[in-house]
Ligand binder design. Sequence first.
Ligand code: HAM
Length: 405
Amino acid sequence: MKKLKTENYKGVRDFYPRDVFFQECIFETWKKTVKSFGFEEYNASLLENSEIYKAKTSEEIINNQTYSFIDRGDREVTLRPEMTPTLARMIAAKKRELSFPLRLYSIPNCFRYERPQRGRMREFWQLNVDILNVKNDKFYDIEIIKLINKILLNFKATSSDFTIKINSRTLLNSVYENYYEFNENEALTFQRLLDKKDKITQVEFSKEYEKITDKEYKDISDIDDKKVKKELSYINEIIEVCKNTGITNIEFDQNIVRGFDYYTGIVFEVFDNDPENNRALFGGGRYSNLIDLFESVKDDVNISGIGFGIGDVPMMNFLESRNLLPEFVNTTDILLGVISDNQKVIDYADMVATELRDQGKNVSINYDNKKVGDIMKITEKNGIKNVVIIGEKECEEKVYEIKEI
Ligand code: HAM
């Protein structure tokens, strides 16, 4: 019989205890920070009806990156590529019962059929943080940026490690309308071209650009238009406030457009300053029309949200390249090695283990009648910090000693 391969499916990871440990370290700091800003956790199934992505997710994700299938009841199902449409659906479903404004977070696993590369996998975990339905958007736009900054600082990063790049869809829309004079479709095509600007060559970009418009490609700050100037001043105000609170590594970047069609206000991405990690670390923005796509929400009700996502893979690369991950420590506190196969000694060892567990210690027992030296090696190799050896002598005298490794 042909033996099976041990390789996993392309672009997903196996998590051995050490991998779980490091992923948990990341989740803990994420959770600790967002909870300290008053966010509450939500969750949902990874299976979604495909239609919720069709209206406003990115064209690239829908056409090339979703894992979709038809179930046995003929329903079109998608493994969530992102959490925002699910969140919008959940908010729309309970909009009467929920007490706004809401601060919500979740750490779902998401699936995208991407080319696996540094920082990008086909299954990844993504911290999602969103504030919904507030009165004064500006203060919350700023708070979300403060939170992003705080997350990275809580990992002991410094402001020279990353750059926050910010732009605005409202600004871009006014550029499309007032400078390029695009209709809605042309604007969308142009925006999608801008979104892939960094992934294609200058020549390819120019060729596509010329197909859409004969206007010169300009710096937005050089465009002389009232509406454009007004929107630019909103971004500058946000940048100014952030700088005043000590966030100096923030800048306007007209090339940040974000792939998703649902963004309507500010958009931002955070980049690792290490050129090896060149994909975005965080991405997010404000969306105003996503929640009213659902039938439970009347057309005149407008529930807006601001939020972001960050993946565990780019986060891990960021921390690894700066040595900011802690040393691995096993969740087991003590390895108790029984160096005898006499039933009386084993009974005594069990009693000691029970006593230690009752004191709140995590205790693993090795009953394999190994030599003391071997028990020591096993303890060390597994990253366990303490060892207890139980043999005939300890059993006779009813004693034991916890030794630190
Ligand atoms: P996104 O830009 O697609 O936005 O993803 C946000 C972050 O998720 C990225 O910056 C990256 O850290 C991580 N990420 C994305 N794709 C992958 C991948 N294939 N492997 C590993 N990490 C990945 C969104 O998903 C929006 N729904 C975020 C949002 C929340 N906007 C508002 N609220």
